[in-house]
Design a protein around this ligand. Structure first.
Ligand SMILES: [Zn+2]
Length: 264
């Protein structure tokens, strides 16, 4: 982002009069003041995914590939094993274990790695995040992704997750017996990983969407994450034939799940 863009963005946030940064005019002292202020004011953004209240439900059975050609099956099995190892390494490297965390988290990360490795778009998502600065923290009650940085940069992201908390993503319109409204914990984590991707990989777009504006909730950013989630879930459903939620709203409700890929 160049200096004019930085200051234009900063002006949008703190309502500096627009004539100061218009038409590439020399900004002199104001330009320097602006850039210094922008660079040194710390912000954080919390994409809190409002989810509460336990219920319970079903198990998503993992569907594995079947291939006609034994040779291609062998190659794909090798690739799949490689992806499982890679994803497990990414998840376990970024997971910051606290002494009070449940023991099953490690095995849940293994299950998630096996599950995610079925889906090329999920493998790509995690690969893009592999070397970025983000952490996975267990939180019994909250799903959220918090970006730390300033108005121009995101330094890091922190994801709060619960590997036994599924998410009912609509609850006012007959979702009660419709399991397609529910995302398993593993699928719910993908939503947070999409937030992290936006923050850490597509940072400029995230900031343009109001991502680091801590004066108001960046609905534009949340909406774009929900769009990306719909596309990702649809791509996964094409592979394993399991229906997943397609939504256009942000609210949800927490549901206790008996395993990381379960919706019950
Ligand atoms: Zn969200």
């Amino acid at each position: 982002m160049n200096i004019k863009k930085k200051c234009t963005y900063f002006h949008e946030i703190l309502t500096i009069p627009s004539y100061i940064v218009k038409n590439n005019q020399p900004l002199g002292l104001l330009k320097h003041l602006c850039s210094l202020m922008v660079l040194y004011i710390p912000f954080s953004f919390a994409a809190s995914d409002n989810i509460a209240n336990p219920v319970a439900e079903f198990k998503i059975s993992l569907v594995t590939y079947s291939f006609k050609n034994p040779q291609s099956r062998e190659i794909l099995t090798k690739k799949k094993n490689h992806d499982v190892d890679k994803i497990f390494k990414i998840l376990s490297t970024h997971y910051k274990q606290k002494p009070s965390d449940p023991d099953y988290i490690q095995s849940d990360l293994e299950e998630m790695a096996k599950y995610y490795s079925q889906f090329p778009h999920v493998v790509t998502l995690l690969t893009k995040l592999q070397s970025k600065d983000w952490t996975l923290n267990y939180n019994q009650n909250t799903w959220s992704t918090i970006a730390k940085g300033n108005a121009l940069n995101v330094d890091s992201a922190t994801i709060q997750f619960n590997s036994r908390s599924a998410a009912m993503l609509k609850f006012n319109n007959g979702c009660k017996h419709n399991f397609v409204c529910i995302a398993s914990p593993a699928d719910a984590l993908l939503h947070e990983l999409l937030h992290a991707l936006s923050m850490l990989v597509n940072t400029e777009e995230f900031i343009q969407q109001g991502g680091m504006n801590h004066f108001r909730y960046p609905y534009k950013h949340e909406y774009s994450v929900i769009q990306a989630e719909n596309a990702l879930y649809a791509s996964m459903s094409r592979i394993d034939g399991i229906k997943r939620p397609q939504r256009n709203e942000h609210m949800g409700r927490k549901i206790i799940a008996s395993c990381v890929t379960c919706i019950k």
